[in-house]
Structures are given as structure tokens and as C-alpha cells.
Design a protein around this ligand. Structure first.
Ligand SMILES: NC(=O)c1ccc[n+]([C@@H]2O[C@H](COP(=O)([O-])OP(=O)(O)OC[C@H]3O[C@@H](n4cnc5c(N)ncnc54)[C@H](O)[C@@H]3O)[C@@H](O)[C@H]2O)c1
Ligand SMILES: [Fe+2]
Length: 386
């Protein structure tokens, strides 16, 4: 018998205006001093001020730590821990895209576990639960609000460290699509393709299971309906809501299945060439699917049917092969560039391929892929996306 463990936040509070429930959730836990972990843009945009006012009116002492940078670093996390201690906080609220939420998770576990953070890299290595954590996403998105994963960059070693442990799971996720409406077009596309790749990888993963499968397919269905719509018209509220739900479901699905080769290869791309997470996944999506398809034809076929690319009775081989041009079409509609447009010097790119392939393998994610690649095959895929 295969035993499956499914983790998610204790409470998911979802819908337009859900952010106004934050104070209740903090008070319900008997806490009155909180650290809000976020980034400078979130403060400048006024979103944090609104939250601060809501908390202050509820009598909650609120400190703000806004030094999280995109792709948060070990240093950001260590500064966050100092802010938590200085403010004598009892609970952490992470608000923003994946970067502030991942930093908030890492800070939370370091309130009870000793430094350095690097010792917890990998799977199930965090001994103690951290302080209570509430997450509020503003991109749609990483789904980090629902995952037991945190990704923190070590700039000295050029490594994006992946930590996976149930102690990284938030107690509460408050998912309010109104916070995502301000996303500009490019960000909407990049984080949206990240969401799509979460649904896809969760479904084709060797760790896919009967709990994650329906959530992964629902994520993909929402993406097929709303990703381009949200990209083309940021004020389309139905599309914004749909993509926020897709992101949440994508996070729940891959956190309880896994990501695979796309994410394994995208982390080194991000670490070496400073591409955003969503963009580095997007450039890899069609080529990795092409490489992997033969090993899980029926799964890719089911995705094609779910996306509505082919009628539901279409045979697996036809449905699966129809998926590849559709993925290329998705990238074109979202104006995802080729690598050669992102990194000007091909020699520099070539010089990093072996190191990036090694890092991809060491992350463990390619082992979850339906077709497990060799180092040489990973290098070939990196070459094919140039
Ligand atoms: N923990 C997980 O499960 C998980 C999953 C996928 C990705 N990640 C990580 O998440 C990070 C990427 O997160 P992201 O893609 O959400 O981007 P991000 O958090 O890095 O944000 C990117 C930029 O968008 C801005 N932004 C955020 N919300 C906005 C809004 N509503 N309107 C306008 N601007 C807004 C931010 O201020 C920032 O400048 C990466 O470090 C990646 O590795 C984590
Ligand atoms: Fe991702």
C-alpha cells in the first residue's frame, strides 16, 4: 500500500476582501505583537499601510520588515530574524509575492531552530516548528502560501536553496485576488506560467497521487481559461480571481506531489543569470515537456484534454502530441523571449551549462520527472532553449 501524506494550511481564507480577516486570525491565536515580512515595493504601493491600519485598529502591535529582495537571500532572512527578536513579535505575517512569503517561512523556523539556514536545505530536515505564520499572496503566483517549501538564495555559492518540510507550512493562508490586480503585464505572464508549470509538474511527477491529481488538473483548467485573459486585461476581475485560485491550487498540488525537471533546471538559471523564477520556468516549459512526454504519454494526454486542446475522447498519442505546439503558443501569447534575448553572450551561457546541470541534478527535482535525464541530456535541453 502506498501511503500519502497531504499537508496544507489549517485555514484557507479565500475571496475578494479576505485580507480584512487578518486581525481576527491573529487575535484568535492569542497574539498581539506581529512582524509583517514584505518588500519595499509593497510598502511603496500602500498595500502594507492598509494592513497596518487594520491591525492597529484591532489593537495589534505591528512591526514591518521590508528588506526582502526578489529571490530572497540568506542575509535577508538573518536580518528578518533580528527584526523579529528586536520587536518581540509572537507571530509572522508574510505579505507579497513568493519572495516575501518564502523569507517569512524561513524567518519563522529560525525563531526556534539555530542558524545557519543552510543546514535545513533539502527534505524534512527542520527539527522544530517555528512561530505561527500567516501568509498573504499578492502575485498569482507561486502558491507559496499553501506549500511546505521555501527557496532562499545563497549568493556566495550561487545556489538557490530549496527547503521542504511541514514546519514551513503556514497556519493560515489568506488569498485575496484584489491584491493581485496591480500586477503589471509582464509579471502577470511570468508568475502565471509559473502557476501553470506547478499544475503540470505536479500531475506528471513520479510522486503524483490521488490527492494531488484533481487539484493539479483544476489548476491547469483555471490557467487555460484565465491566464491569457488576465495578461491581456489586468482589470478583468474574473480572470484575476481565477488565476489567484489557480496559483493556490498549483501550490497545494506540487507541495503534495513535487515539481520536476522544469523547476530543477530553472533554479540554476535564476541563480546564475538573475532571471525571475517565473521567466526561467517559462523558457524551459516547452522543451522539457518535449523531452519528458514519451515517459508519461497518458498523463500529458489528460492534460491536453483538460486544457480543452483536443476533444475528451482523443487517443493518448494524438492528445499528448497536441500539447507541445499549445505550450509554444502559450509562450508566444505571453511574449516569453528566447534565452538568446535574455543573455546576450552565448559563450558565458555555454561556460555555465555543466555547473547548472550538476546543480539541477543535486536539487533532486529531476529525479521526480517522468523521464529522468542524465547530466548530458540536461545540458542538451539548456542548449535547445538558446
Ligand atoms: N515556496 C514555494 O513553494 C515557491 C514556489 C514557487 C516559487 N517560489 C519562489 O518565489 C519567488 C518568486 O516569487 P514571485 O514570482 O511571486 O515574485 P516576487 O515575490 O519576487 O515579486 C516580484 C516583484 O513583483 C512585485 N509585486 C508583488 N506583488 C505585486 C502586485 N500585486 N503588484 C505589483 N507588483 C507586485 C514585488 O514587489 C517584486 O518587486 C522566487 O524566489 C521563487 O524561487 C517559491
Ligand atoms: Fe515555481
Amino acid at each position: 500500500m502506498v501511503v500519502t501524506q497531504f499537508n496544507s494550511p489549517h485555514s484557507l481564507i479565500v475571496g475578494g476582501g479576505a485580507r480584512k480577516r487578518l486581525a481576527d486570525q491573529i487575535l484568535k491565536r492569542g497574539k498581539s505583537r506581529v512582524l509583517v515580512v514584505t518588500d519595499a515595493h509593497m510598502v511603496a504601493s500602500g498595500k502594507i499601510q492598509e494592513i497596518e491600519v487594520l491591525l492597529r485598529e484591532a489593537g495589534i502591535k505591528t512591526s514591518i520588515f521590508s528588506k526582502v529582495q526578489p529571490d530572497p537571500t540568506v542575509e535577508n532572512v538573518e536580518q528578518g530574524i533580528a527584526a523579529y527578536r528586536d520587536s518581540q513579535s509572537e507571530l509572522i505575517v508574510g505579505i507579497g509575492g513568493g519572495s516575501p512569503m518564502d523569507a517569512a517561512k524561513a524567518i519563522s523556523i529560525l525563531t526556534t531552530n539555530p542558524l545557519p539556514l543552510a543546514q535545513y536545505m533539502g527534505y524534512h530536515k527542520i527539527p522544530k516548528a517555528g512561530c505561527p505564520l500567516i501568509l498573504i499572496p499578492t502575485t498569482a503566483g507561486t502558491g507559496s502560501e499553501a506549500t511546505k517549501v521555501s527557496v532562499i538564495t545563497d549568493p556566495v555559492r550561487n545556489v538557490k536553496m530549496m527547503l521542504l518540510d511541514e514546519h514551513l507550512q503556514a497556519e493560515v493562508a489568506i488569498v485575496d485576488y484584489e491584491l493581485s490586480v496591480s500586477m503589471p503585464k509582464t509579471l502577470t505572464a511570468h508568475v502565471g506560467v509559473d502557476t501553470f508549470s506547478h499544475g503540470l509538474e505536479a500531475y506528471v511527477s513520479r510522486k503524483a497521487n490521488r490527492l494531488s491529481d484533481p487539484i493539479a488538473l483544476s489548476c491547469l483548467q483555471l490557467c487555460s481559461k484565465y491566464l491569457i485573459a488576465a495578461y491581456e486585461d489586468g482589470n478583468n476581475m474574473e480572470a484575476r480571481e481565477g488565476m489567484m485560485m489557480a496559483a493556490l491550487q498549483g501550490g497545494m498540488a506540487f507541495s503534495n506531489s513535487s515539481v520536476c525537471l522544469i523547476h530543477g533546471m530553472s533554479r540554476p538559471l535564476g541563480a546564475h543569470f538573475h532571471l525571475t523564477h517565473g521567466l526561467s520556468n517559462a523558457v524551459l516549459l516547452p522543451e522539457v515537456a518535449k523531452f519528458s512526454l514519451e515517459a508519461a504519454e497518458s498523463r500529458y494526454a489528460e492534460i491536453a484534454r483538460t486544457l480543452g486542446i483536443v476533444p475528451i475522447h482523443t487517443a493518448d498519442s494524438i492528445a499528448a502530441s497536441a500539447l507541445l505546439p499549445w505550450l509554444e503558443h502559450l509562450n508566444r501569447r505571453c511574449e516569453i523571449p528566447r534565452m538568446r534575448e535574455l543573455i546576450k553572450d552565448q559563450r558565458v551561457y555555454e561556460s555555465k551549462l555543466h555547473e547548472m546541470a550538476q546543480a539541477a541534478i543535486e536539487s533532486g527535482s529531476p529525479d521526480n520527472n517522468p523521464r529522468v535525464p542524465t547530466c548530458e541530456q540536461i545540458i542538451d535541453i539548456y542548449r535547445s532553449i538558446w
